[in-house]
Ligand binder design. Structure first.
Ligand code: SF4
Length: 458
């Protein structure tokens, strides 16, 4: 991996999906609504074995804007008047779902994401989780995770979250270099992060995840190398090291930090700093930006080919329905996807009137389901066993995917993948280019020259 040439990087540094879903969200259809969502929920309720549930709450508010942000967020300043009406809307959504989801389906995962979940008061977070617990049946080993912002969290948040059953926390660290933090307008000194980690550990949070970003303006291999060393000292259980998603056509304010952005070999060198530093410290590279400790569930799931990928990244909870609540939230139910309204007021108006806020989505064809499985396996298992797909879907792999296989031949010549009669196995270099390796299996990708919709793959 150290010897990847600039030519190779340039060749594969293209726009491509992150494949948290297939088809990727830009290809879903507008105009789907509550009836379509109800149909999917009914279908899923009828599965022969009760399908477990994973709940995601999108809590979109933040007090200040970080200039690199690509999330669906609403910046309010210190004014929190949005919080109570939004909480009421989420409670209504829980009720709507309760009437449409079978009670025998266990909740195995709950995640609060944002925005900033700790923008909400501990009391409002407690109202949400208590309502969910009252209406659904939680599995004894339910995994409960929350994204926290060390700049705004209060001591009472952690105590309340722990009392409610949260056992995992995730924090956006990005980079500890003060100069980079100043540029991206997110001042968050190392000590501040360290204090939150210590507090969470003392309170018994079992798993701590850090998110870092490479490719931010002003980052250098030296400064990012130091961030990695500082991070290793704090010993998080998992890390995601994301390529900066520079998408100014969606997030105009990113234009303000377009100068001094590392690119090409310089940007890749930043990723190598993370890869070297973290693997030398004993972390395993799971693939697609993620690292975990050798004994971690994610590492074990990857080894035994049960690792899964959804909108929250890698997970061990394969085969669950993901139910998203809140504005813009995505649900993945049976063989379809549904997304809520992105506008605050119309989202709230819909759910408060007793319906869902579904406005777009996609119901997968059989071909989509097959391709989704191929992409999922490539992304999660670091190998695609052709007979797994043949057995599950009753097809002949080489015939069904003849076009994709011929595109992969070029990537094989470039040293990204080994193709054999029985399997497709990314090389260690190819594991950095998993998005590129998945793209030949994608039947929805825009043709060259069509509108830009994705961030860059490297
Ligand atoms: S706190 Fe997170 S969601 Fe909010 S603006 Fe910053 S990066 Fe975006």
């Amino acid at each position: 991996m150290e010897n990847i040439s600039l030519d190779l990087l340039e060749k594969y540094d293209v726009q491509g999906p992150r494949y948290t879903s297939y088809p990727p969200a830009p290809f879903w259809k507008n105009g789907m609504g509550p009836k379509d969502y109800e149909t999917l929920l009914e279908k899923s309720n009828k599965a022969p074995a009760p399908r477990p549930l994973s709940f995601y709450f999108h809590l979109p508010f933040c007090e200040k804007l970080c200039l690199f942000c690509a999330c669906t967020s609403i910046i309010t300043g210190p004014n929190h008047t949005f919080e109570d009406p939004y909480t009421e809307a989420l409670l209504k959504e829980i009720e709507w779902l309760r009437e449409r989801v079978s009670r025998n389906r266990p909740v195995v995962q709950v995640h609060l994401g944002g925005g900033t979940p700790n923008y909400f008061s501990p009391e409002n977070l407690e109202r949400l989780i208590s309502a969910l617990r009252n209406k659904f049946q939680f599995a004894p080993d339910v995994e409960m995770g929350v994204e926290l912002d060390p700049r705004t969290i209060k001591k009472s948040h952690l105590s309340t979250l722990k009392k409610l059953g949260f056992n995992r926390m995730s924090m956006g660290v990005q980079d500890f270099d003060p100069a980079v933090q100043k540029r991206i307008r997110r001042i968050q000194p190392r000590e501040m992060v360290g204090d939150l980690v210590e507090d969470a550990r003392n309170k018994g949070f079992a798993s701590i995840n850090f998110d870092l970003i490479y490719g931010l303006p002003g980052q250098t291999p030296e400064s990012f190398g130091k961030t990695i060393r500082d991070v290793v000292e704090m010993n998080p259980d998992r890390l995601a090291v994301y390529s900066y998603a520079f998408v100014p056509w969606m997030k105009k304010y990113q234009e303000k930090i377009k100068e001094h952005q590392p690119a090409g070999r310089q940007k890749f060198e930043l990723f190598l700093q993370a890869l070297r530093g973290l693997t030398q410290a004993g972390y395993e590279y799971i693939g697609m930006d993620h690292f975990s400790r050798p004994g971690d569930e994610l590492t074990r799931a990857r080894a035994n080919r049960t690792l899964w990928r959804n909108f929250q990244g890698y997970t061990t909870k394969a085969g669950t329905d993901l139910i998203g609540l809140g504005l813009s939230a995505i649900s993945q139910v049976a063989d379809g996807f549904m997304q809520n309204d992105r506008q605050l007021y119309s989202y709230q108006k819909s759910v408060l009137s007793g319906t869902s806020a579904t406005v777009r989505g996609y119901v997968c064809s059989t071909d989509d389901v097959i391709r989704a499985r191929v992409i999922q396996n490539l992304m999660c298992h670091a190998v695609l066993i052709k007979s797994d797909i043949e057995t599950e879907f009753g097809l002949t792999f080489d015939a069904y995917f003849a076009e994709a296989l011929s595109k992969l031949k070029e990537m094989e010549k470039d040293g990204l993948v080994n193709l054999s009669a029985g399997e497709i196995r990314p090389t260690s270099t190819g594991r950095v280019f998993l998005r590129n390796l998945a793209m030949p299996f994608d039947a929805h990708l825009p043709k060259p020259g069509e509108k830009k919709v994705f961030s860059r793959t490297v």
